[in-house]
Write a protein that binds this ligand. Sequence first.
Ligand code: SF4
Length: 342
Amino acid sequence: MHAENTARIQEPASTALHAGHCSASSACRPRLRISFSGGRTSALMTRLCVERMSATHDILITFANTGCEHEKTLDFVNQCDKHFGWNVVWLESVFNMTRGKGVVSRVVSYETASRNGEPFEGYIQKNGLPNTMNPRCTDRLKEMCMDHYTHKIHGWKRGSYQTVIGIRADEIDRVNPDYKEKGFMYPLADWGYRKDDVKAALMAWPFDLELESEAYGNCTWCWKKSHRKLLTVAKNHPEHFDFPARMEAKYGTHRLSNEPSPRVMFRKNRTALDILEEAKEGNFREYSDNDYIAPQLFTFDMDYSIGCGESCEIGSSFSSQNSQAHSSAGLNDAPCSKSTHG
Ligand code: SF4
């Protein structure tokens, strides 16, 4: 790590890490639930938390699989788990189609984890297609799944632990404004880690996340990603759009609300097929991790993303309700129904 980075990065304030009722009890250690998203930032955060806190804290590490992650993301989660001995609990959401019945979790493994979007399809069957006006996929596929496991299976009561989330110091705008009440903590942000620090730290690891670029992180086709990233994925690996295209065809008119026209998933009322078509035409500059987009070159239509598309984190300011608020405030670019497609 660069010397200046080392100087800037802060050691954790231990008092900030003590959760709920356990801090005063000698029989009960503070508890941390780490939400490992499968990205580099999240991996480094998990490693640092385990190194710095496992002697004093009980730690639970979960990874919630949507079935739409890239195979190399799953490989990376598995490599981290095996190499560092984290004992990651792999989870998937299971949806009961009865109204009022919540999400439950099931424990899977690297070997048995869904690769064909089954958990995501369960979400869509129950809730309809996600889009800027219906942005609850992180909530249902990750947060509620982890909550069910933590409370009902692992036996930690709500409020007896803190949830650790991988958001860096340079992503501070993604911190959930209600983080204290929700028991969320963001140690990498607290410790001053920025993107370059994460990159530098992982260069010393014997393996890495082998995605072609960040465009392929999280759900490969995530509707929150920038249009440039989506076009890049669609041009080079159109197979990643098979799932959203199938979901739009199957569930576009299946919804709980009285929307007047088929629901679509992508911003500006684009369908998965629209994106594939535009990608085929090729009239765009592909996304690259190495590209710095100068502010004057940033175009809203191509480069705007909703934070979660960069890293699908529970407890980010762009997950669930906050994304809805973002949309309502006009920061997303259009309601997603095909009727206004131009
Ligand atoms: S926000 Fe994107 S990455 Fe997260 S669950 Fe939804 S589609 Fe997947």
